[in-house]
Design a binder for this molecule. Structure first.
Ligand code: GLU
Length: 478
């Protein structure tokens, strides 16, 4: 199939890469070219600049917010704080948000924001000033609001920034009942939700567990089924990488390698996450960690060590034509957005290996953001209405079963059965169900069409079809 004009012009860019993946998958759908063009394009690209006072002078900050698709409202996606941010990157990330939300049935369009700064070079007061001013600029152009566009954390931002955004929005919209739904990833004490911080990493770990649990697929790549003992290398120890390691280890995998920008460490017997973390906190580097058997000053060498599963959890464009030949993993789980270029992905798939694609693999974050948004709109924490009711019902049931059967449960067994679900348990259950269902939905699409070469293509087919239905329901396309 011919490439879209947009993709042809953007061949070497990140957005171009996403369009290339899209166009490859579009051939397996039967939608009108005009509709495909509408789905693929970025609807609104807002680029702005604002000055801040710094030291004795001023600095002009470059910023963006891109709303890729309005087939559903609000649009949704994080704000990246990074010196490397540019318009193409924000467009690519916004478009990935659209496909991601569609795959996991989160009813949002895709968006993304970018602020071109290295947060490490700014004081907390300066960061607050920049974040609040960024929010005001979004408010001025109607680019933020609980029913319009809802930001969240991304690379370089977190709960603190989200609470500044919420506070600024609320201050500028007095009396707006749903104002706190204008942003997600807020601290728990400021109307956030339990489990959001861990959500992306937990989702990545669940997606990997789901993939490796299928014996038939593992046999095909020369691995045994199950996570137990699987050797994993993780690139990036930020929020996503950290929690991915934590849950993978809990599920039985062995973290054998960790890569950060200053270098990489490896030990075939396993690395203890918290020990590495504490070492890095104390020394500023993962290098020099006593539990490592090997270390590499060149971080990318870390990706090329012996392992079963490689988890890029840092930035885009990490696995390219230049290093794919040296990657030993049989599975790449894309915890980051866009870590594998189309050429590298094609070469890896050609070998018969598996890529768990970003747009599904890291969708746990936005899934729990959706739960947070629902909590903010309903103004009640999950479980508040029914926890005690459930406990009373379970209590009565246990008593009846005990007296009818003569069996007496011990205190721990009684507690386990009677206990009603907390917000965290409900969030984790919703997240797990979403990740498991979506994996099988994508895999089914792939299995049902032998021409569909990868889970990524299947994921794109799934989301293109869902977005197309939304446009048709809006009466825009026949
Ligand atoms: N920045 C995250 C992502 O890329 C989270 C987005 C959100 O929660 O809206 O998926």
């Amino acid at each position: 199939m011919a490439k879209s004009t947009e993709a042809a012009h953007l061949e070497t860019t990140f957005f171009g890469d996403v369009c290339e993946f899209f166009d490859h998958a579009a051939q397996f759908t039967s939608h009108h070219e005009g509709l495909l063009d509408q789905i693929r394009s970025c609807n609104s690209v807002y680029r702005f600049r604002f000055p801040i006072r710094r030291g004795n002078g001023f600095e002009v900050i470059d910023a963006w917010r891109v709303e890729h698709s309005h087939h559903k409202s609000p649009t949704k996606g994080g704000i990246r704080y990074s010196e490397m941010v540019n318009e193409d990157e924000v467009m690519a990330l916004a478009s990935l948000m659209t496909y991601k939300c569609a795959i996991v049935n989160v009813p949002f369009g895709g968006a993304k924001g970018g602020i071109k700064i290295n947060p490490k070079n700014y004081t907390v007061a300066e960061l607050e000033n920049i974040t609040r001013r960024y929010t005001v600029e979004l408010i001025k152009k109607n680019f933020i609001g609980p029913g319009i566009d809802v930001p969240a954390p991304d690379y370089g931002s977190g709960e603190r920034e989200m609470s500044w955004i919420a506070d600024t929005y609320q201050t500028m919209n007095p009396g707006q009942l749903d104002a706190l739904g204008c942003v997600t990833g807020k601290p728990l004490a400021l109307h956030g939700i339990a489990g959001r911080r861990e959500a992306t990493g937990r989702g990545v770990a669940i997606s990997i567990r789901e993939c490796v649990d299928i014996t038939e697929d593992m046999t095909r790549v020369g691995l045994t089924a199950g996570l137990s003992g699987k050797r994993v290398i993780v690139q990036g120890l930020g929020n996503v990488g950290y929690y991915t390691c934590k849950y993978l280890a809990e599920f039985g995998a062995t973290i054998v390698g960790m890569c950060e920008y200053e270098g990489a460490i490896y030990n075939a017997k396993g690395l203890d996450l918290d020990d590495v973390f504490n070492h890095r906190k104390a020394t500023g580097s993962i290098l020099g960690f006593a539990g490592a058997a090997k270390e590499f000053k060149n971080s990318s060498e870390g990706l090329e060590q012996e392992c079963d599963i490689l988890v890029p959890a840092a930035l885009e464009n990490q696995i390219t034509e230049n290093n794919i030949g040296n990657i030993k993993a049989k599975i790449i789980a894309e915890a980051a957005n866009g870590p594998t270029t189309p050429a590298a992905a094609a070469a890896f798939i050609e070998r018969g290996s598996i890529i768990i694609p970003d747009m599904y693999c890291n969708a746990g974050g936005v899934t729990v953001s959706y739960f947070e948004w629902l909590k903010n709109l309903s103004h009640v924490a999950f479980g508040r209405m029914d926890k005690r009711y459930e406990e009373t019902a379970n209590f009565n049931l246990v008593n009846m079963v005990e007296s009818a059967t003569g069996v007496t449960l011990d205190a721990a067994q009684r507690k386990m059965i009677i206990k009603g679900a907390t917000e965290l348990e409900l969030v984790n259950s919703g997240l797990e169900d979403t990740m498991i269902r979506s994996y099988h939905e994508i895999r089914e699409i792939k299995m049902n069409n032998p021409k569909i070469d990868s889970l990524r293509t299947a994921a794109f087919v799934s989301s293109i079809d869902k977005i197309a239905v939304s446009y048709m329901n809006l009466g825009i396309w026949p």
